[in-house]
Ligand binder design. Structure first.
Ligand code: AMP
Length: 502
């Protein structure tokens, strides 16, 4: 029996002499050399007692070796469980307790502090740092550079990725071999990836975007990746001439636009820029095209579902939208148990081979969000324009209900963003003694501008029904963002919670 991910993504590397990874220091790792890393990691994990179905949890810096651990774990039938490098020991305690991994791999610098935690949850502690050093590489040294993968069926688990959990506890999304492979196949075809592509990869690999969308597509199509430890504009610009495609979160693109070296010439050889994980401002889209001649292709997905929609490769890439459902993804926009008419707002539900198998050890949460007939309730509110392009208007939990009326933050944010001097805005609902919630705006100014929040609110007054108008606004130099560039409205709500209190 086969192992779907091994067969499609990793096995082809064995026969490949050409570069698979290009590193920031110019070093190249051939397909064969990377396969040897996978094999040695696979043998080392087996030597640690990892059995099919066991979780292998990692909280490690991005490196070629770290990517090889993902490949090794899935190839030996284990479940790969990457954790955000920003998580604190308290947070790790929850994840290890919930996932009960056989092995926990962490940075050597944190090993001493985390060792009691690993012991408490019966996980063997191994280490790996960003330079490829640690106790795991030491174990790998003595291992052969070939191995026999473990048979897996398409419905077996390949990974558990915890959702960011801005409301309540993080949930472990269980992703199968078929979930990951089907999505990589669909996206690779849609976005025309081939073995001639060199993908600039500056995303973290503990998240679906960098780990699955970017890495799996490149592996599947036999392309190469410029594998950078993180996003740093100077390095990206230095490496860009070797690339044909780039995937990023919106902040990558705004940071590139802030760099004087980012010119039409610097991107002349590029085939494709893709954005996702957070909304790309229409303005960034327009500015990017004016500067480079490229129209960024925006797509939409989430941890639980992989990718769901994409703007077209050929055809209009419409700013402010996330395009159309992927060919093998069913998508409907629902409110009150029925599909909303075109132009109406409702929650996105999706069904398809990309949709996860449920939340790890949370059957009730799974039942609430993943229906028996396969439809998953994404929690994202959206509308569809007359041409079928989907526009996300925000998370359902960010919907503001003020005096009984619904306010979609995006509608207010789009108007505020157009006010001179406003770079971007976040509109949130805050507790209010009369209205239940009141609309509140946080404005981030353009460079060098002193914003008057009252004047900004006055500027949009004629354009909005009264109940949608923010009752107050503040100016904040930068909106708080997580590592994927998402504005953390939960933090803003907490910071300003007392604003309208009597
Ligand atoms: P995560 O599970 O961390 O990947 O977060 C998924 C969430 O990010 C989705 O449910 C959306 O709310 C948001 N998201 C992802 N891509 C986009 C996009 N292109 N535009 C707007 N929101 C997005």
């Amino acid at each position: 029996m086969p192992n779907p991910l091994f067969d499609a993504l990793f096995a082809p590397l064995q026969r490949r002499d050409t570069a698979f990874l290009i590193l920031a220091d110019g070093r190249q790792i051939s397909g064969k050399a990377f396969f040897a890393l996978i094999a040695r990691a696979a043998n080392a994990l087996r030597a640690e007692g990892v059995q099919p179905g066991d979780r292998v949890a990692v909280q490690i810096a991005k490196s070629a070796e770290a990517l090889a651990v993902y490949a090794a774990a899935t190839s030996i039938g284990a479940v790969f469980l990457p954790l955000n490098t920003a998580y604190t020991p308290d947070e790790l305690d929850y994840f290890l307790g919930n996932a009960t991994p056989r092995v926990f791999l962490c940075d050597p610098a944190k090993a001493e502090a985390l060792s009691p935690l690993a012991n408490r949850h019966n996980a063997a502690l191994l280490t790996l740092d960003g330079a490829g050093q640690g106790s795991l590489p030491a174990l790998m040294q003595g291992q052969p550079d070939s191995f026999t993968p473990t048979d897996r069926s398409p419905t077996d688990l390949a990974a558990i990725l915890y959702t960011s959990g801005t409301t309540g506890r993080s949930k472990g999304a269980m992703l199968t071999h078929a979930n990951l492979l089907s999505n990589a196949e669909t996206l690779a075809k849609l976005w025309h990836f081939t073995e001639t592509d060199v993908l600039l990869h500056a995303l973290p690999i503990f998240h679906t975007h960098g780990l699955f969308v970017a890495s799996n597509i490149s592996l599947l199509t036999g392309g190469a990746m410029i594998f950078l430890p993180g996003f740093e504009a100077d390095t990206v610009l230095r490496m860009l001439p070797q690339a044909t495609a780039m995937m990023g979160v919106p902040t990558f693109y705004t940071r590139l636009l802030d760099h004087p070296g980012f010119t039409r010439d610097a991107t002349r050889h590029m085939r494709l820029f893709i954005s996702g994980s957070a909304p790309l401002l229409a303005e960034t889209h327009t500015e990017f095209e004016a500067r480079t001649g490229h129209r960024i292709l925006e797509r939409y997905g989430m941890t639980e579902t992989n990718m769901n929609t994409s703007n077209p490769y050929d055809g209009e890439r419409r700013a402010g939208t996330v395009g159309f459902p992927l060919p093998d993804v069913e998508l409907r926009i629902m409110a009150d148990g029925a599909e909303v008419p075109q132009g109406g707002v409702g929650m996105i539900e999706v069904r398809g081979p990309n949709v996860f198998a449920g939340y790890w050890q949370m059957p009730e949460k799974t039942r609430e969000e993943l229906r028996e007939d396969g439809w998953f309730l994404t929690g994202d509110l959206a509308t569809r324009d007359a041409d079928g392009y989907i526009q996300i208007v925000g998370r359902a939990k960010d919907l503001i209900i003020t005096g009984g009326y619904n306010v979609y933050p995006k509608e207010v944010e789009l108007l505020l963003d157009e006010v001179p001097g406003v770079l971007e805005s976040a509109v949130i609902g805050l507790p209010h003694p009369d209205f239940g919630e009141a609309v509140f705006a946080v404005l981030s100014p353009r460079k060098g501008v002193t914003l008057d929040p009252e004047a900004a609110l006055a500027a949009i007054r004629d354009k909005l029904a009264r109940f949608k108008q923010p009752k107050a606004a503040v100016v904040l130099a930068d909106l708080p963002r997580n590592t994927m560039g998402k504005v953390q409205k939960n933090l803003l709500r907490a910071d300003y919670a007392g604003w309208f209190k009597a």
